[in-house]
Ligand binder design. Structure first.
Ligand SMILES: NC(=O)c1ccc[n+]([C@@H]2O[C@H](COP(=O)([O-])OP(=O)(O)OC[C@H]3O[C@@H](n4cnc5c(N)ncnc54)[C@H](OP(=O)(O)O)[C@@H]3O)[C@@H](O)[C@H]2O)c1
Length: 385
């Protein structure tokens, strides 16, 4: 039995992981040992009731919570996730925390676990090679969960040749058919209505703006060490990504759009142990479309900073801030891109002035995130609002 800790256990990926763990094979081979939330104590309590957990973490310390519950130790506060991972020492940590704060959980997970199943793309986006070098140092395996990266990871298993190109697929998000001139005044609810995937709020907004595809572009670059990464729209999300080789051959990963499949694969890798329905080969049309950068300017911005971890970090921080304001209805959907562009440009000037182009320490990563958030917030308060 392998022990598993899930950070972000109350979220979309966290809950789907619990469903996977209920599947026959996984029930008999994996044992949930702990998990963490930001503030969803109600959900966490139910999980503790159901599973025999060693420890959990609740980051928000403003909630009144006991020290233990049903023999499960409860860590609280800012470092609670790292402390609970350290205490549980799981064989596998599945990092499904949303946002930049997940990077600290990934780092702790690398230190104590043999495998990190990584849904939190921000860990790679904001840290660049730092995370992979760190994992090498601790002899820890990183297996991606993002459906596109899981697909590429699977396509390259046993492959001796390096691909010349990676092709990431995209659904186009919830606003893909909305006339461009209507994007400015689109409501939050409309953006949250994704045509294919059911996900957390930020990633759903980011799919509509293709900021998410930008983050995935960065993630693919560091995970697979391939610079030529193209994006193709596949509206049905049947093709989860592709790899192309020097002879022009393209290998595609075809399957049903359901995150439980890559989650399960990350746990059972290198074997496939999850059972799920198959796609209808004869009724699903497979079509690809080019990206319209007028509709998705954030993806173009992402291409312009690919391989620069400092600016990628700023891109992510600005987006986290902008999406938070958009969700509160305080800025418009199209303002998200303006915040990103401004923050990245400001950080480009600052980093070249201070000659910071890469990260040696986690503190450097945290510092760039903090500065970028300040730039983004100031811009929203002084220019946009
Ligand atoms: N959802 C998908 O289909 C999907 C697909 C590919 C990749 N991903 C990636 O997976 C990650 C999780 O996405 P999601 O959609 O599952 O997000 P989500 O539904 O918003 O869930 C986020 C989880 O993280 C916790 N959390 C949030 N902020 C935290 C903090 N500061 N400290 C500790 N825990 C915190 C939340 O706890 P509370 O419930 O208490 O707020 C919740 O458990 C993201 O990086 C996303 O890009 C998601």
């Amino acid at each position: 039995m392998k022990s598993v800790f899930i950070s972000g256990i109350s979220g979309s990926i966290g809950e789907q992981t619990l469903e996977v763990l209920n599947n026959e094979y996984f029930k008999n081979n994996f044992h949930l040992i702990g998990g963490s939330v930001f503030s969803s104590w109600g959900k966490l309590k139910k999980i503790i009731d159901k599973y025999d957990l060693k420890a959990v973490a609740v980051v928000d310390d403003s909630i009144s919570i006991p020290e233990t519950y049903n023999n499960c130790k409860i860590f609280k506060g800012l470092k609670s996730v790292e402390n609970s991972i350290e205490y549980c020492k799981p064989d596998i940590t599945l990092v499904a925390t949303s946002g930049f704060s997940g990077i600290k959980h990934t780092i702790k997970a690398i230190e104590v676990s043999k495998r990190v199943c990584l849904a939190n793309k921000e860990s790679v986006v904001c840290g660049g090679n730092f995370i992979f070098n760190y994992a090498k140092q601790y002899n820890c395996q990183i297996v991606p969960i993002d459906s596109e990266h899981s697909a590429i990871f699977q396509l390259l298993m046993g492959e001796k040749s390096t691909p010349t190109k990676i092709i990431l697929t995209a659904s186009g998000g919830s606003l893909r058919d909305l006339p461009i001139e209507e994007l400015e005044n689109v409501s939050v609810q409309r953006v949250l209505n994704h045509p294919v995937w059911s996900m957390g709020k930020r990633i759903t907004i980011d799919s509509a703006s293709m900021v998410n595809k930008g983050l995935e572009l960065f993630e693919a670059f560091y995970l697979f060490n391939v610079r030529d990464v193209e994006v193709a729209i596949n509206r049905t999300s049947r093709i989860h990504s592709m790899v192309q080789f020097s002879d022009g051959v393209i290998k595609m990963h075809y399957g049903i759009a359901n995150m439980k499949i890559p989650i399960a694969f990350s746990l059972s890798y290198p074997e496939r142990k999850y059972t799920y329905g198959s796609p209808d080969l004869f009724s699903d049309k497979i079509e690809f479309y080019k990206v319209d950068y007028e509709r998705y300017p954030a993806l173009q911005l992402a291409y312009s900073i690919l391989g620069n971890p400092v600016l990628q970090n700023a891109f992510n921080a600005a987006d986290e801030v902008a999406v938070e304001y958009f969700l509160k209805d305080s800025i418009k959907f199209t303002d998200i891109y303006k915040v990103l562009e401004y923050t990245v440009n400001q950080m480009a000037t600052l980093s070249s002035r201070n000659k910071i182009f890469d990260f040696k320490e986690i503190d450097d990563i945290l510092k760039i995130d903090k500065n970028s958030r300040e730039i983004a917030k100031k811009y929203i308060m002084e220019v946009i609002k």
